[in-house]
Structures are given as structure tokens and as C-alpha cells.
Design a protein. Structure first.
Length: 245
């Protein structure tokens, strides 16, 4: 299968995670469940950045310059997006915004970027594409669950919240198509795209996910460290099993 086909399948799978709100129809999204997913996502994101993205960026760097600038720029860009697009990366379901549409705008931008990231990874190799898809999917679960809760607080119906969240999630496929529409540009500067992706993953883990864990006050908090290392091991195992990972 071509990298484009692989990317579209991967981004569609990630898009369906936006339907995670269905869980609210059957069970509460408890703090314990959220913390377990957040811990796992942090481990996956950080290990993907340091074990996959940076080594691949160094290997594909051909056009000179310090590609770590792209990492810093991505982190700065995400910081600005969080400041100007309310609810962009919050996991606090009690958080309110002037309008639920702010959440949808931020989530759509976020999902589009995810699609570009996944597609650029498949341009490098199937292994990197799979591990990147896992990283994106891991942090999307708590993110989309939180978005669903925010939309409910903004007085959207359950059906409307699920549908709008899913439509927003499909922006990932548009991001993948954009990446392949400008495939030549992406491939010429692949190291910069990979470094930017690593910066994005580090920012999400360090500024959003890990602080959530440190601010939780529940018994047996040591249990939340286990999913983190499971996530790290999963990415390491993926890189070992899948050629070119």
C-alpha cells in the first residue's frame, strides 16, 4: 500500500477516536481512568520524540541549518495556540469557554496538524508512521473525552457533541492530504518536519499531560507511573518489530 493510503487509513482511525464520548453514555469518565490514559499518552509521546523523531530527523537532515529550531518553533506555536484558542489542550472537564465553538475550532486546528504529522511520518517509513499514529492516538483519547465533556457543559446535546467532535476529527485526513499535495516540499525539508513534530510531542507531554498527573491527589498514585513506562516500552517495541521504525 502506498504511503498516502497508509496515511489516510491511519488518520481515519485517529479521527474515530473523537467518538470516545460514547463512553459517557455508559459510564463516567472518572479521574482514575483519565489519569491512566494521560500517563500512558505522556510515555508514548516522549519516547516517540526521543527514540524515533529526533534520530530520523538527524538521519534525513541534508539542507543545512539547525533543525532543532523547528522543535522550538513548534513549541512556541503550540503555546500561542493554547493562549488564543481556548480549550485547545485542556483535560479539565469543568473548564468553560465563552462558546463551545471555540473548543471545536481549536480541536480542528489540532487535528489538521495531527494529520500532517502522521502523513510526514509515513513518508519516512511504515514503522515511523505506525509509532507516530500510536502517539497521536494515545493523547487524543483523554483530549477528545475532555472536549466532549466541555461541549456538554456548553449545552450541546450528546448527539450534537458526538457528531461535531467527529467532524472536527476528520480534519486529520485533510492534514494528510495537504501533506501529500505538497509532498515535494515536505520531503525536501523532512528533518525540519520531524523535529517540529518532536517539539510538538514534548510540549504536549511536558506542559499538559505530566502536570495533570502531578496535580492529581488520589491514593496509590504510584500506579499512574506504570502506564507511562508501558507507553515507552510500546514505542521501543514498535521500533524494533516494524522495519524502518
Amino acid at each position: 500500500m502506498s504511503p498516502l493510503g497508509q496515511s489516510l487509513i491511519a488518520t481515519f482511525i485517529v479521527s474515530t477516536i473523537s467518538l470516545v464520548g460514547v463512553v459517557f453514555l455508559f459510564a463516567d469518565w472518572t479521574e482514575r481512568r483519565a489519569m491512566l490514559f494521560i500517563s500512558f499518552a505522556a510515555g508514548v509521546l516522549l519516547s516517540n520524540a526521543f527514540l524515533e523523531m529526533f534520530p530520523e530527523a538527524a538521519e534525513h537532515h541534508r539542507d543545512g541549518g539547525n533543525f532543532f529550531i523547528a522543535s522550538l518553533a513548534a513549541m512556541g506555536g503550540f503555546f500561542l495556540l493554547e493562549r488564543f484558542l481556548l480549550g485547545f489542550h485542556t483535560h479539565d472537564e469543568s473548564h468553560t469557554t465563552p462558546s463551545g465553538y471555540f473548543v471545536l475550532i481549536g480541536s480542528t486546528v489540532h487535528n489538521f496538524i495531527d494529520g500532517v504529522v502522521i502523513a510526514a511520518s509515513f513518508l519516512v517509513s511504515p514503522g515511523l508512521g505506525v509509532s507516530t499514529t500510536l502517539a497521536v492516538a494515545a493523547h487524543e483519547i483523554p483530549h477528545e473525552a475532555a472536549d466532549f465533556g466541555i461541549l456538554l457543559n456548553a449545552r450541546f446535546s450528546r448527539t450534537s457533541a458526538l457528531l461535531l467532535n467527529f467532524v472536527s476529527g476528520l480534519a486529520a485526513m485533510l492534514g494528510a492530504l495537504w501533506c501529500f499535495a505538497f509532498e515535494g516540499l515536505v520531503e525536501r525539508h523532512l528533518s525540519w518536519f520531524l523535529a517540529a513534530t518532536a517539539g510538538m510531542f514534548i510540549y504536549i507531554a511536558a506542559s499538559d499531560l505530566l502536570p495533570e498527573l502531578h496535580h492529581s491527589h488520589t491514593r496509590r498514585e504510584w500506579q499512574y507511573a506504570v502506564p507511562f513506562f508501558v507507553g515507552v516500552a510500546l514505542i521501543a517495541l514498535t521500533a524494533w518489530i516494524i522495519p524502518g521504525g
